[in-house]
Design a protein around this ligand. Structure first.
Ligand code: 9MR
Length: 488
């Protein structure tokens, strides 16, 4: 109940702010779905210039409070994930406390451990987005904080030396999200954003910590994106004043700093989490990418419709409310993608208790939305348990079969639309004559056990072990449609 009251209060507050944002924005040029027809999606590109359709997991919550900052996720776990679901993407959690354990000192041994794991993904053709994770600012903000629910210590992200609660209280809470409105946690955020005027150095440290990460991964083709901050929260400043103010300023500063060492990776920005994750409008404003050539900013919002987050099944009135939430969320995501300059979208997190009724429909719906939006997906999370693909004992959940579907992974041009069933994939795209690498498609064993039929393109290779089909279109048509089915 306490959590419901908290979320209701925040939602009510955000609704007021959201109304303000919507009213303020009605005089701006419309883009995305608010303009009547959604702008065509744009995509992250791989080193061969192919458009990437990214499908994968967050890995993992278990790293948040681990002394070495590493997830309980082995190379064998990755092998199992690929074999079962054919993923090509990971949102890999890193943390400021691990990157910069003392002011100005960057832990190269930690970055070595991250790099080793990035190597596991790279060897298997994955792309990686590094996510500077935080929940309720920092473990240091919450003395002995633990809900006792088995999830481990509460709070992660910032190093202790960057945590200034100014002696304000942080009382034990029965839900981790409730710590966000504890006075000491709010003050730690206020000091980070320097809305107190006392800690201008913290944002500079944050940007420089990102530069240390980017320096390490600038030349690594597997690392395509940097998610600048997980689920930002403004402390005592919420809604569009926060998003257009200190949050946008931090994003701009960090982007500029990353570009001192890395010109090519995408910089991903997320809105205020509370409210926007539940479908309210974001007030985030444009970030300018100082790199030469096209902008490489992406928008990486999370999706947690309130009924799902509160543990409802996807049925009855909760399903109706969830559907309405998803519609509103998508319209706003497409609008913000336009505000940011028509940038690619990655759903940085969404997740659901896979033991609840309606799970297959809910997860299927979100993947459908992502497909239509041209958005990448990182499901929350790969950690064992009812929300993940595997339980603690290794049993598969309903997630595995729901995720394991055909999809185009890398397209030699710009995707226009695609669809898939268990035994069929159809992709329409505008071929880019400058791209010589073939289009790559993942086809699960179940629907494609043997030879395949391809219409509209020539087969370059079909590897039944990796389940990857590569094709090349012939001629110089502006548009190509490729259809793939199992051969009889
Ligand atoms: O699922 C995670 C839960 O076990 C932890 O107690 C909690 C606090 O660290 O974080 C949960 O993961 C959240 C993620 O860090 C941020 N987005 C929402 C996720 C689900 O609540």
């Amino acid at each position: 109940m306490r959590r419901i009251r908290f979320l209701s209060a925040i939602m009510a507050g955000s609704l007021v702010l959201g109304g303000g944002v919507a009213a303020a924005q009605s005089s701006l040029p419309l883009s995305g779905s608010q303009g009547g027809s959604a702008a065509p999606p744009s995509y992250l590109k791989d080193e061969d210039g192919r458009s990437l359709i990214l499908r994968g997991f967050n890995t993992a919550s278990s790293s948040k409070s681990a002394p070495d900052g590493m997830p309980k996720f082995t190379e064998a776990d990755l092998e199992r994930e690929y074999a079962a679901m054919g993923t090509n993407f990971v949102r890999f959690l890193i943390s400021w406390r691990s990157v910069e354990p003392a002011p100005g000192q960057y832990d190269q041994a930690y970055l070595n451990r991250v790099e080793e794991r990035v190597g596991w993904y790279a060897e298997r053709g994955y792309k990686v987005m590094l996510d500077m994770h935080q929940d309720v600012y920092s473990g240091a903000a919450i003395p002995g904080g633990d809900t006792g629910n088995g999830a481990g210590p509460i709070g992660n992200g910032a190093p202790a030396w960057a945590t200034y609660t100014d002696g304000l209280s942080v009382e034990p809470q029965d839900r981790w999200e409730l710590y966000y409105i504890q006075p000491g946690v709010m003050r730690a955020f206020d000091n980070f954003w320097n809305t107190t005027g006392k800690h201008p150095e913290l944002a500079e440290h944050y940007a420089n910590a990102w530069r240390a990460v980017a320096e390490r991964f600038a030349d690594n083709d597997a690392v395509v994106a940097y998610d600048l901050m997980n689920e930002p929260w403004g402390g005592s400043m919420i809604g569009s004043p926060f998003e257009a103010g200190p949050l946008a300023a931090l994003y701009q500063r960090t982007t500029n700093t990353i570009r001192q060492v890395d010109q090519d990776s995408w910089v991903c920005v997320a809105p205020q989490a509370i409210g926007v994750n539940q479908g309210l409008p974001s007030g985030l404003t444009k970030i300018d990418d100082p790199r030469a050539g096209e902008q490489r900013i992406a928008y990486c919002p999370h999706l947690y419709p309130l009924p799902m987050d509160l543990g409802s099944a996807y049925e009855g009135p909760a399903r109706t409310l969830t559907d309405v939430t998803i519609d509103a969320w998508r319209a706003d995501v497409e609008r913000v993608s336009g505000v940011l300059g028509g940038v690619p979208v990655i759903i940085g997190e969404f997740g659901f208790d896979t033991t609840l009724p309606g799970v297959v429909d809910y997860i299927g719906r979100v993947y459908d939305e992502a497909r239509e939006m041209g958005a990448g997906v990182a499901y929350w999370s790969s950690d064992p348990g009812p929300w993940g693909p595997y339980l603690e004992d290794g049993t598969s959940t309903a997630l595995v079969g729901t995720v394991n579907k055909p999809y185009p992974r890398a397209v030699a041009g710009t995707p226009v639309e695609w669809s898939a069933s268990d035994t069929n994939l159809q992709l329409t795209f505008r071929p880019d004559p400058a791209v010589t690498a073939p289009t790559e498609i993942y086809l699960p064993q179940q629907g494609f056990p043997g030879a395949v039929n391809v219409e509209g393109a020539d087969i370059v290779s079909w590897d039944r072990d990796s389940r990857l089909l590569t094709v090349r279109t012939v001629g110089d048509a502006a548009s190509a449609t490729v259809k793939v089915t199992p051969a009889n």
